[in-house]
Ligand binder design. Structure first.
Ligand SMILES: [Zn+2]
Length: 263
């Protein structure tokens, strides 16, 4: 076992996590402005660089993050994808202590972010059609749960949409306070239906989330240890990956699916 000569942040034998971002260039206009999450030359793990489903991976010092205290590798895994992107969405939603945050969809990411919200004194309303997910949301401290098109008891300050369904955007806007925002935490989303301008008027906004900065990742992983976040996982072997994907699609996994590669 060895580390490269330029490695400063890690020691031999330390447990680290690598995310889907293998590197940002540090040179493009976005990197220079501190918006490395929007880097034009970003390299993705398992897409541009090998190692996504492998026993070994090469990654720059600064793109490997220490596994937070109190986590084993399997329970830490969801933090490194669902957790970090959810946290970026949470930050963009700009909610503060005492605010009300709506969450649409209750998969792996929302399971984690509801715990962050609760820790920071933010009230959550969870919209999901799946009754099992509604129960999970309640048990994790949601103040109210309902179906995506139900009318909540009060308006909320911000919303995060986790499910990749464009129809949720007008549902979220309908119950959003003036000046509030809807953040979409998805890479893909089905078509957003035509909107009445009245839903957006009064300075409401809709935005998407792309990737994260290393600062976001460090901040979130520190918080994960402090809270401490409990991740719900179901483990699969590499050979069972197709089945895991199918179960995820059918909403049959509470929390996150974790693929164990190697031992
Ligand atoms: Zn760049």
């Amino acid at each position: 076992m060895a580390i490269g000569r330029a490695v400063k942040n890690h020691k031999v034998g330390e447990m680290v996590g690598v995310t889907w971002i293998n590197s940002a260039c540090g040179k493009c206009e976005f990197c220079k402005k501190g918006m490395e999450n929007l880097c034009e030359n970003m390299k993705f793990t398992g897409y541009d660089e090998n190692g996504g489903y492998a026993e070994y991976i090469v990654v720059a010092d600064d793109y490997a993050f220490k596994i937070p205290k109190g986590f084993d590798e399997a329970h830490a895994s969801p933090l490194f994808c669902a957790g970090i992107i959810g946290y970026r969405a949470f930050k963009l939603s700009a909610v503060k202590k005492g605010d009300k945050l709506a969450m649409f969809g209750f998969g792996g990411s929302a399971h984690i972010i509801i715990q962050v919200a609760r820790y920071l004194g933010i009230e959550t309303l969870v919209f999901t059609r799946d009754e099992k997910h509604q129960k999970e949301a309640k048990s994790l401290g949601a103040a109210w749960v309902g179906k995506p098109d139900s009318k909540p008891p009060y308006l909320f300050d911000s919303a995060i949409i986790f499910a990749p369904d464009g129809r949720l955007v007008p549902y979220a806007l309908k119950n959003l306070k003036r000046g509030g925002n809807v953040t979409i935490a998805d890479i893909y989303m089905s078509r957003i239906p035509e909107l009445d301008y009245g839903l957006l008027y009064e300075e409401r906004s809709v935005k998407s989330v792309a990737n994260y900065t290393r600062g976001d990742a460090r901040e979130f992983l520190d918080l994960a240890a402090k809270i401490p976040i409990k991740t719900q996982i179901r483990e699969f072997t590499l050979e069972e990956t197709n089945n895991a994907m199918l179960l995820l699609k059918q909403s049959k996994i509470g929390g996150s699916a974790v693929i164990r590669v190697g031992r």
